[in-house]
Design a protein around this ligand. Structure first.
Ligand SMILES: [Zn+2]
Length: 215
């Protein structure tokens, strides 16, 4: 589904949404969803006239398996650059064990690791702004493109409203709330989470921040 002229929500990745952004610099994917969905993503992109080789880069919001699941697939097939925060790099590469319950999930679900991951070292990647949002994972990162924020697992949504991601999945809830409180939504129209549908920003956001801050 197109969110606007440039942004596509990849419906085939429901459960852990990945998004595609059509920019001057080619196509950027935000996250890659659960392992095994690479071909389905390619087929869906074709319906928008996008070919595999149009994909120039992938921005990963964090190291969880349902986000990096097809990163290796895309790098092998289209040689795109893949970016992740330096704090999450070791987890994505398998150099560090994931936290809590994810340690178990990580040993059950084996995934291919991309050959090369670039560690983010700037606050802009092409036309995307890099927004560090630690909490769900140590190096969780959101990316903003014009009036759209790609939120990964900083936030989930239900019936179009923001909700907290399940506590058991968060590395540090206090830091997560801090990141949410700091997120600047000035001039932002959509916040696109992985779990749940895109949130159209209106009063629901300030109500949500008030609620989580009072808990
Ligand atoms: Zn997730």
């Amino acid at each position: 589904m197109k969110i606007n002229d440039n942004v596509i929500k990849l419906d085939c990745t429901k459960g852990s949404y990945a998004y595609a952004v059509i920019g001057d610099e080619g196509v950027t994917l935000i996250d890659t969803s659960l392992p095994g969905r690479g071909n389905a993503i390619v087929s869906e992109l074709k319906t928008y006239g996008i070919n595999l080789l149009d994909i120039k880069r992938i921005l990963l919001t964090h190291h969880d398996i349902d986000h990096i699941g097809n990163a290796a697939y895309f790098q092998e097939n289209c040689n795109c650059e893949i970016f992740i925060s330096s704090m999450d790099y070791d987890y994505a590469m398998g150099f560090k064990k994931r936290h809590g319950i994810k340690k178990v999930l990580g040993s059950i679900m084996k995934i291919s690791i991309p050959k090369s991951l670039k560690q983010i070292s700037t606050d802009k990647i092409g036309n995307f702004s890099v927004i560090p949002t630690p909490g769900h994972t140590p190096g969780h990162t959101c990316f903003q493109y014009n009036d759209v924020i790609f939120a990964g697992d900083l936030i989930s949504s239900k019936n179009g409203n923001p909700t907290m991601p399940p506590s058991i999945m968060n590395w540090n809830k206090g830091k997560l709330i801090g990141s949410l409180q700091k997120l600047s939504i000035e001039n932002v129209k959509y916040i696109c989470p992985a779990h749940g549908e895109p949130i159209m920003v209106n009063n629901n956001w300030s109500d949500f921040i008030k609620t989580i801050s009072n808990k």
